[in-house]
Design a protein around this ligand. Structure first.
Ligand SMILES: Cc1cc2nc3c(=O)[nH]c(=O)nc-3n(C[C@H](O)[C@H](O)[C@H](O)COP(=O)(O)OP(=O)(O)OC[C@H]3O[C@@H](n4cnc5c(N)ncnc54)[C@H](O)[C@@H]3O)c2cc1C
Length: 614
């Protein structure tokens, strides 16, 4: 097979294998080294940890900081806040565990050189809101990555992990992972005693608002390709709340953040006619969700809901009123700097569209849906909780271990724990790292073993798209269309169209129902069949092919969860047109799924929500 016959297979032995070197992966690496001085801690990352993940470009605020040293908030307060925002459904044990450790994490960031703004009067960290502190964060990720690099035995950059490996001596136990170097094409086999998946969330599973030449412009990082979900799903791990996709209200076309505008600059929204529209929708929303509409702060999804209804009523666009705040030169500076530290594109969009926020109130929009576990949403893997705090039903051994032995997760990977953000993801990585080291110590000599047959078979599977291309391209007479393969971009656009039209994307105002979901699953099944015939012309396209495989599996999971929950729990994120009301009697619960890769079946079940904090 010509082109890649010189490909090497590289074997790497690890105690702890961290997949994904973003915020959670860096935290996991740092803490694994702290508790496991003698351990081989390996990080594998598809980009370069220096600038990888959702924090690549920097941030302007750390969104999860309690301020316990100044008695500003307690961990219990944060649990109440997240529970309220997620309409009652969060894993309170996991959220509490992060909240009680997150301040120490932020203090480390400052020690490592991250400039945190200070209130000149009190000397405390400058608050943007109750939970957010402001930073000069352009170099946030390189600072955090440096700590991980120093802690790791080795960091393998530019390796896309495609599959986990299972132990050949014991069922339901992980033994490592395989992947390929996106630059050299070498195949990597990682054997590990414990694996921590920290591979971020998922963009580009629903059709984005920006298409064609603008399709890279999404709110969530375009390289977040659902590996965090697909890898555990394929290994048989249970997932939770995958229906809880997130929709963000952001500045139009650039998706620039609005948090600092609302909280720090005190800007506000209005409809096209200058009216405050949120009160208009109070009764309507109350009819859907009952008393949840009276909770303060108003849950994020319900604010989206009022926005969407107002636009549907023909009174859009919704604008952010910036003209008043921007008369103050300090606020004007903060408004622009907010973008320059994390979403430069928004400043460029405004410049290119003749928008000076001092003169014009800029338009807002709602994004396409994304899947993630660390923002105002909590999709991800079902994980064991902390020994001293989790109810017994939520504990099966080690903190943040999934339902597969030795398989841990953190950040966007872990479900049920919204509002952890960058700092909470790093803190959760630390929690997972500590637990993984304990798991390894308890294993003693009983180390998992990879099966030669399994990884040799996977090597064929991983590189098959390149073979498909090499053979199939001979049939092309013009352009890029071959009767024998589809390219990753074609598969991606087909996936996005299916999810958009059948599972509640932008074109249907985020609305779906059982018949649509049923048909959507049929389309996804046909797409999955065609993925055997995907063609990759080079290693970059091979990465795209595997990103697509991961996105499709995660999408299937989202669709099954959306079908299972027969209510509209989060109006503004998505609507079940056939079950428009929130139903606490039957659905005040978590949804769980488990995939059987042999049969292709999904098992769905409910799990109880325990309210531990009053
Ligand atoms: C637009 C945006 C704005 C945000 N603003 C804020 C903010 O203002 N304040 C705040 O505190 N938080 C903010 N957040 C949240 C914060 O960025 C996330 O909570 C955090 O980055 C999640 O950490 P993670 O490690 O789970 O994912 P990430 O940090 O995204 O890391 C995932 C890593 O996995 C790697 N990876 C993925 N797939 C593979 C694979 N198959 N093989 C190998 N490696 C892989 C990726 O390259 C990446 O490095 C924002 C997020 C976004 C998207």
């Amino acid at each position: 097979m010509g082109l890649f016959s010189g490909r090497k297979t590289v074997f790497v032995d690890a105690d702890v294998l961290v997949i994904g070197g973003g915020m959670a992966g860096c935290g996991a690496t740092y803490e694994s080294r702290h508790w496991g001085r003698d351990k081989k801690v390996i990080v594998v990352e598809k980009a370069n940890i220096e600038r990888s993940g959702a924090v690549a470009q920097g941030l302007y605020a750390i969104n999860c900081y309690m301020g316990m040293q100044w008695d500003e908030n307690k961990p219990e307060d944060h649990v109440r806040y997240a529970r309220n925002d997620l309409m009652g459904l969060v894993r309170e044990d996991l959220g509490y565990d992060i909240a009680r450790h997150v301040d120490a994490t932020v203090h480390m960031f400052e020690e490592w050189g991250l400039p945190i703004m200070k209130d000149p009067e009190t000397g405390r960290y400058l608050r943007e809101g109750k939970w957010q502190i402001m930073i000069h964060g352009e170099s946030y990720k390189p600072i955090v990555a440096e700590a991980a690099r120093k802690a790791a035995t080795e960091v393998y950059n530019r390796i896309m992990v495609t599959h986990l490996l299972m132990d050949k001596t014991k069922a339901n136990r992980v033994a490592g992972a395989v992947g390929f170097n996106v630059r050299t094409g070498d195949f990597y086999v990682f054997q590990a005693k414990a694996v921590i998946v920290a591979a971020g969330g998922a963009s580009h599973i629903f059709k984005p608002r920006a298409v064609g030449e603008g399709m890279g412009r999404t709110w969530y990082a375009p390289w977040s390709s659902a590996s965090a979900y697909a890898l555990p799903i394929l290994a048989g791990a249970k997932m939770t709340q995958m229906e809880n996709r997130i929709v963000l209200t952001r500045f139009k076309d650039g998706y620039g953040p609005v948090g600092a505008y609302f909280l720090h600059l005190k800007t506000y929204t209005e409809n096209a006619y200058g009216n405050n529209y949120e009160p208009t929708w109070y009764e309507h929303t109350k009819d859907l969700v009952g008393d949840y509409v009276d909770h303060l702060p108003v849950p994020t999804c319900l604010r989206n809901h009022a926005f969407l209804e107002e636009v549907k009523a023909g009174r859009g666009p919704i604008r952010m009123v910036t003209k008043e705040a921007f008369q103050d030169p300090h606020k004007e500076t903060v408004g622009w700097e907010n973008f320059l530290g994390m979403t430069i594109a928004q400043a460029v969009v405004w410049a290119s569209q003749n928008i000076d926020p001092k003169e014009i109130n800029p338009e807002l929009t709602t994004s396409e849906p994304y899947v993630m576990g660390s923002h105002a949403t909590c999709s991800g893997a079902w994980a064991s909780g902390p020994e001293d705090y989790a109810p017994s039903e939520y504990q099966w051994g080690y903190n943040r271990m999934m339902t597969v032995d030795g398989l841990f997760g953190a950040g966007d990977t872990i479900g049920g724990t919204a509002h952890k953000f960058s700092s909470g993801s790093f803190a959760e990585g630390r929690i997972a790292g500590k637990a993984a080291v304990k798991y390894i110590d308890d294993l003693g000599k009983e180390a998992p073993q990879v099966s030669e047959a399994e990884y040799q078979n996977l090597e064929k599977v991983v590189f098959k798209p390149m073979e498909n291309y090499e053979v199939g391209r001979n049939e092309i007479v013009a352009g890029t269309v071959s009767p024998s393969y589809l390219l990753p971009i074609h598969g991606l656009q087909r996936l996005e169209k299916i999810m958009d039209e059948y599972v509640g994307g932008i074109s249907s105002h985020y609305t779906t129902n059982e018949p649509l979901l049923t048909r959507g699953l049929e389309h996804l099944q046909m797409l999955k069949e065609d993925l055997d015939h995907i063609g990759a012309e080079d290693l970059h396209q091979l990465m795209r092919a595997w990103e697509l495989q991961h996105r499709v599996l995660a999408s299937e999971c989202v669709t099954h969860h959306t079908m299972f929950r027969k209510e509209t729990r989060w109006p503004g994120y998505y609507y079940r047109g056939d079950h428009m009301k929130l139903d606490d009697k039957d659905w005040h619960c978590f949804t769980l799924s488990q995939y059987d890769k042999e049969s292709g079946n999904w098992e769905m079940e409910k799990a109880p929500v325990y309210h531990i904090v009053d």
